[in-house]
Design a protein around this ligand. Structure first.
Ligand SMILES: [Zn+2]
Length: 405
């Protein structure tokens, strides 16, 4: 009988699995740990940890790695996660391109490939290409445990559909759950792109530990956010929680395709930024640019070299991002906000303005404590995030998903 999630109880075996999961999640973040350190972090006795670690060693999920310096200079045996034995495939799907990469559960990249397609291209053909590439990788890499797929938000995660109709009309009727659930002999986990970015920063970003909550603010072609609160991704009822791009900053503003007026996305996306840049700085767009991110970079570079019109445009988008951060702080009280996607290339040009707006518009106890950073991930955050979706799920049920001897 199916358990109803809201009222499901925990059996002793569930608790044991939760403790195993906690150990592998600690080790995913710290290269090597002693049993005593794990016991301290988890608040369990060392005898319990010894038993749990023993099982994980037997499974081949973790290994002992010789002697390391433990607490009080005591020498103890180190434990590490055998990340290289557990690979995941990340798939990023966006309006013009899909990208597929193979990673291990510590975030190490093995291979990646991008395929461009047109929005008018037959969806069946694009999906068949995507599935073939995944299948080829499953043949090539034998240790793959799961596949993560990141889709453009808003994504109705219970229904398996992308919700914005006009932006990707031909893709609106595709049910991604049905397309992928029985396609491979590995599980496929699907989330929207900003949630993927949040998980990428959570699992693979360098933000220090312990970390209680992280908000990822995606500012690219679209605008969205993903929230990890108390170690869990915030999903809401249908999966569209934290769609900050559709919070109105002007209720008399222009109509958005979501039905609302004056949505943040209409002002702070790189789409809006480029539209204005092309009007004010046509000389920067005389040559063809390869993609939108590179087009944005041209404007950022012009601002860096002192072009006053470019500087004003960058300042304006930074202010809007600042307003977005204020909303994120008031809604989710994050410990850290990481701003990512195409806008991250503006880095030091936008950060001081964003921080100033947050300081001006939030209570001092909050603005002085929240950390605001620009993403430093070297891999496309949505592709990396797709790998993080799979990583997140397998680390929560190590006995079910991770490779054993
Ligand atoms: Zn909207």
């Amino acid at each position: 009988m199916r358990r109803i999630e809201e009222v499901a109880g925990n059996n002793t075996s569930d608790l044991t699995e939760m403790n195993r999961s906690a150990i592998v999640r600690i080790l995913q973040q710290k290269e090597v740990c002693t049993r005593a350190e794990i016991a301290k972090l988890m608040g369990l006795t060392q005898a319990s940890i010894t038993k749990l670690v023993g099982y994980l060693i037997e499974m081949g999920v973790v290994s002992e790695v010789g002697i390391v310096k433990g607490n009080g200079n005591r020498r103890s045996i180190g434990i590490r996660l055998n990340a290289e034995k557990n690979l995941v495939i990340g798939v990023k799907f966006s309006r013009h391109v899909f990208a597929i990469g193979v990673f291990d559960i510590s975030g190490k990249l093995y291979t990646q490939k991008e395929t461009e397609f047109g929005l008018d291209e037959n969806t069946g053909i694009v999906l068949a290409q995507m599935k073939k590439q995944i299948r080829d990788l499953l043949d090539e890499y034998k240790n793959i445990v799961a596949i993560g797929l990141a889709l453009p938000g808003p994504y109705l995660r219970k229904e398996g559909r992308i919700a914005m109709v006009t932006r990707m009309p031909s893709w609106h009727n595709i049910n991604f759950i049905e397309e992928f659930e029985n396609e491979f002999d590995k599980p496929v986990f699907i989330e929207q792109d900003a949630n993927a970015g949040a998980l990428a920063e959570w699992w693979f970003g360098d933000h220090g530990r312990p970390l209680s909550s992280l908000t990822y603010f995606l500012v690219g072609e679209g605008v969205g956010s993903g929230v990890v609160d108390n170690d869990r991704l915030l999903l809401g009822y249908q999966g569209i929680a934290s769609e900050v791009g559709h919070i109105s900053i002007d209720y008399n503003g222009p109509v958005c395709e979501c039905g609302n007026r004056g949505c943040l996305e209409l002002y702070s996306s790189t789409t809006a930024f480029l539209k204005e840049a092309k009007l004010k700085l046509p000389e920067l767009f005389r040559d063809k640019y390869e993609n939108r991110t590179m087009a944005c970079e041209r404007v950022f570079d012009a601002a860096r070299s002192g072009n006053t019109k470019a500087k004003a445009l960058v300042e304006k988008i930074a202010e809007y991002i600042g307003y977005g951060c204020v909303t994120l702080i008031n809604a989710y009280d994050p410990e850290i906000i990481v701003i990512g996607d195409s806008i991250s290339k503006a880095d030091e040009l936008i950060l001081p303005t964003i921080k100033r707006i947050v300081e001006e518009r939030t209570i001092p106890e909050v603005s002085s404590r929240v950390r605001i950073k620009i993403s430093k991930l070297s891999i496309d955050p949505t592709l990396y995030g797709a790998a993080a979706i799979a990583t997140d799920r397998v680390l929560r049920k190590p006995s079910e998903y991770l490779f054993t001897n």
